[in-house]
Design a protein around this ligand. Structure first.
Ligand code: MG
Length: 383
């Protein structure tokens, strides 16, 4: 089994009130969509994640949700949006086809590792599976002034994620379109065998403004703050420019070293690994491994962000100090901040770049190279 996840966040969420789309509103200090995205990313059984977002808003989501493997625009109906996501997942195959998918609604932030595991297990025996809760309230059908009792014994409230064989759900939605109440009903129409697993109030949908506070209580979140530091040095060799924070700066020499020798991003990468207690840059990208020879430092930085996110940690802010006599960093500072923010998936306000000299002392004073130090604060939530 090779499974991926499609998170549908294409709705505008008007009923929750406010101008911000529901899936971007904060729950427990994090955008609602971030909760389920992280839950899927953390699960070893989920190989790829596709986000389906409102038309015209891809850039906003790219900047905030770098944990997703692909972000696509939704369609006119929910079924169209799901199909866009499923087709994107099919094309994300690396060396093997995806066989199964969990389709999830971004308005249900409370999912956990257990429900993902149980769904994947259920999919070994069923074409489709979903979490469900028994109905506890008495049910009545009203027609005019008559009330009729409805037996609740066999009734279930079905939640998401809903899991399927990928080929089957694509076929079902291609035929059925939006004619069914949910994805499970669409495959049922094809005669699929379906399994229900135990649901939870935590998986319930955030729909109305008052649901936010209730969900925060259910999530029982506590904020975690972790700091890290990084330091790096590269010496000069003959050349015409140096790369600092992904920005090429003309200079009378270049920096010597593994890859593009972006000393600032190396320090920052180490600081992120440090804050997450995940070792250092050398552990993740051994200089002895030819795979990393000449690799751009952007790859290292993105990987550090991804590893931290897999531990539920996102960047609150970072502060970089570049130490050299030359080149002059100040004219490039805002470009360096902007590039760094882009790669980290944060706003420029969360990135500081400073520069200093050592008053002619030491190796930087002798213009033999550049040193950089970085501090970062990562925040996360603990349950
Ligand atoms: Mg280095």
């Amino acid at each position: 089994m090779h499974a991926g996840a499609v998170i549908v966040a294409a709705g505008s969420g008007q009923r929750t009130g406010g101008n911000v789309s529901k899936q971007l509103r904060l729950v427990g200090g994090r955008p609602m969509l971030g909760w389920s995205l992280e839950a899927f990313r953390r699960h070893p059984g989920i190989e790829r994640i596709v986000l389906v977002v409102p038309t015209g808003e891809i850039d906003t989501y790219h900047a905030q949700f770098s944990l997703a493997d692909q972000i696509v625009e939704g369609g006119a109906t929910r079924a169209d949006s799901v199909l866009q996501g499923l087709r994107a997942l099919q094309t994300l195959q690396v060396d093997h086809p995806m066989t199964h998918v969990l389709i999830h609604d971004a308005a249900r932030p409370g999912i956990d590792q257990t429900v993902i595991s149980q769904l994947l297990e259920s999919l070994q025996y069923h074409d489709g599976a979903a979490p469900a809760l028994p109905v506890v309230d008495a049910l009545k059908r009203s027609s005019g002034d008559q009330l009729e009792n409805v037996d609740r014994a066999d009734l279930w409230r079905v939640q998401t994620p809903q899991g399927f064989r990928l080929d089957l759900i694509i076929e079902a939605l291609s035929i059925a379109g939006s004619a069914f109440v949910d994805d499970l009903a669409a495959v049922e129409n094809l005669g699929a065998n379906l399994g229900l697993i135990e649901g939870s109030e935590r998986f319930s949908k955030v729909t109305y403004p008052e649901d936010f506070a209730r969900m925060e209580t259910l999530l029982e979140t506590k904020t975690v703050v972790r700091m890290g530091t990084g330091f790096d040095v590269h010496g000069f060799e003959p050349g015409g420019e140096v790369t600092l924070c992904g920005v090429a700066i003309p200079h009378s020499a270049k920096l010597e070293g593994h890859s593009d020798a972006d000393v600032a991003w190396h320090a920052l990468t180490d600081a992120i690994f440090g804050a997450a207690a995940l070792g250092d840059i050398g552990d993740h990208f051994p200089p002895s491994d030819p795979k990393w020879a000449g690799a751009e430092s952007e790859i290292f930085l993105r990987e550090a962000v991804k590893c931290a996110a897999a531990k539920g940690l996102t960047l609150s802010n970072c502060d970089l100090t570049i130490i050299c006599e030359a080149p002059k960093v100040k004219p490039h500072r805002d470009a360096m901040r902007a590039r760094t923010a882009e790669v980290l998936g944060v706003s420029i306000d969360q990135v500081s770049v400073k520069a200093t000299t050592t008053e002619g002392l030491g190796f930087t004073g002798r213009r033999e190279g550049i040193a950089a130090q970085a501090s970062v604060v990562l925040i996360g939530t603990r349950q």
